[in-house]
Ligand binder design. Structure first.
Ligand code: ATP
Ligand code: MG
Ligand code: MG
Length: 357
């Protein structure tokens, strides 16, 4: 493989390209999906030996064009399509033996009432496609809200999900190579605020070897079932004695950014190695504790981070806009106490009350 094309040129595409920059016999080309036109896309698909993508939110007319070069798409198109829709996604997870919330497909107002009868309340209602950062969701708390829910996000296919009373949110990321080898990073705890990931911690609070093993098994089962090649992310809800899958990202994930400095091989690099047909390498962490803090819009004095030791500031070179991810800061530490003390020094990056709430 001499040329790899990546659909999408945001920060994930950039970090993917950066992760393998030293491999000078591999040219990585990024395609700006927002500047799409049929001719330029056809040209891009034809001119690269292999094609990958930094996002699953690829419109159907573009996916249709990708069909013609299906054999060079990594991860494969079946995986992309499966994880573009929350219903096919949950069915695939269940088929792979992975626990999910109970759910019900909703295509009209009457279906919402069926969902309430079947799942009880509250229900998390979501559009089946295109949602991210909590957009396209409605928390249905009482039967009387059914109409308001349908008017707000409905008039299109929805999924009703039983509410999972989770202890904390976790994600696990793994990479699978063409020869079927799978390597999995240690899972992280993820803290959200207003629908957006704010920070990820390794190790997670209440880290347990048993739960890491479940997470690892889940990744292996879903990736193997789909003959998936590349980096894959599973967002999970931790409950008392199990992990419940929330959603899959068929790509590198914000909660894995810590791996650039924190692991022997980053989530980006193993993705690039896998999709170009190479062997993947160690996902072990290099430090006892790490944290990744997102810089959202212009909230943060990232300058505060630049004079702290073992602290790495990544800036995506984007203009500030409300709720926009502009960069992230990674902290490595000798233990969780040191890590948490360092995060406290960067509290300005995290909205009040969200750090150690
Ligand atoms: P992302 O930005 O991670 O892609 P998204 O818009 O695809 O987010 P989800 O991850 O499905 O949305 O949901 C957003 C958040 O809503 C979750 O992180 C979790 O906090 C909450 N949530 C979603 N589904 C459930 C559920 N079934 N039970 C309880 N909480 C839920
Ligand atoms: Mg999502
Ligand atoms: Mg999510």
């Amino acid at each position: 493989v001499k040329t790899l094309g990546i659909l999408g040129n945001g920060q994930l595409g950039q970090m993917l390209a950066d992760s393998i920059a030293e491999q000078t016999d591999l040219a990585v080309n990024l395609y700006d999906l927002r500047a799409y036109d049929e001719t330029s896309l056809q040209e891009f698909l034809a001119s690269n030996d292999r094609i990958s993508y930094e996002t699953e939110n690829i419109p159907a007319h573009i996916v249709a064009q990708m069909e013609s070069v299906e054999a060079k798409i990594f991860p494969n198109l079946t995986s992309l399509k499966t994880f573009q829709n929350r219903i096919t996604e949950k069915n695939a997870l269940r088929a792979a033996g992975i626990a999910t919330a109970d759910f019900h497909a909703v295509n009209c107002l009457a279906d919402i009432h069926d969902a309430i009868a079947q799942l009880g309340l509250p229900i998390i209602m979501k559009t089946t496609t295109e949602g991210y950062d909590g957009k396209g969701q409605f928390v249905l708390r009482q039967t009387e809200d059914a109409q308001a829910c349908w008017d707000d996000i409905g008039h299109r296919e929805l999924i009703a999900e039983a509410f999972v009373p989770f202890i904390r949110e976790i994600s696990v990321i793994g990479s699978r190579s063409e020869n079927g080898e799978i390597k999995v990073w240690p899972m992280t705890e993820n803290i959200h605020h207003e629908g957006i990931l704010r920070y990820s911690l390794y190790p997670a609070h209440g880290f347990s070897v048993e739960k890491q093993a479940i997470a690892q098994r889940y990744i292996e089962q879903i990736a193997t079932n789909l003959d998936y090649v590349g980096t894959i992310t599973l967002e999970l809800f931790e409950i008392e004695d199990n992990l419940i899958a929330n959603e899959v990202a068929p790509r590198v994930h914000n909660s894995g950014h810590w791996s650039i400095e924190g692991a022997f091989t980053s989530q980006f690099r193993n993705h690039m190695l896998a999709v170009t047909g190479q062997e993947i390498t160690s996902t072990e962490s290099r430090f006892p504790a790490t944290a990744m803090i997102n810089v959202i819009s212009d909230e943060g004095p990232t300058s505060a981070a630049s004079n702290m030791t073992e602290t790495y500031v990544h800036s995506y070179g984007k203009e500030a806009r409300p709720a926009r991810k502009l960069g992230h800061v990674t902290i490595t530490a000798k233990d969780t106490a040191e890590r948490d003390a360092k995060i406290s020094q960067l509290e300005g990056l995290i909205p009040a009350g969200v750090w150690q709430k």
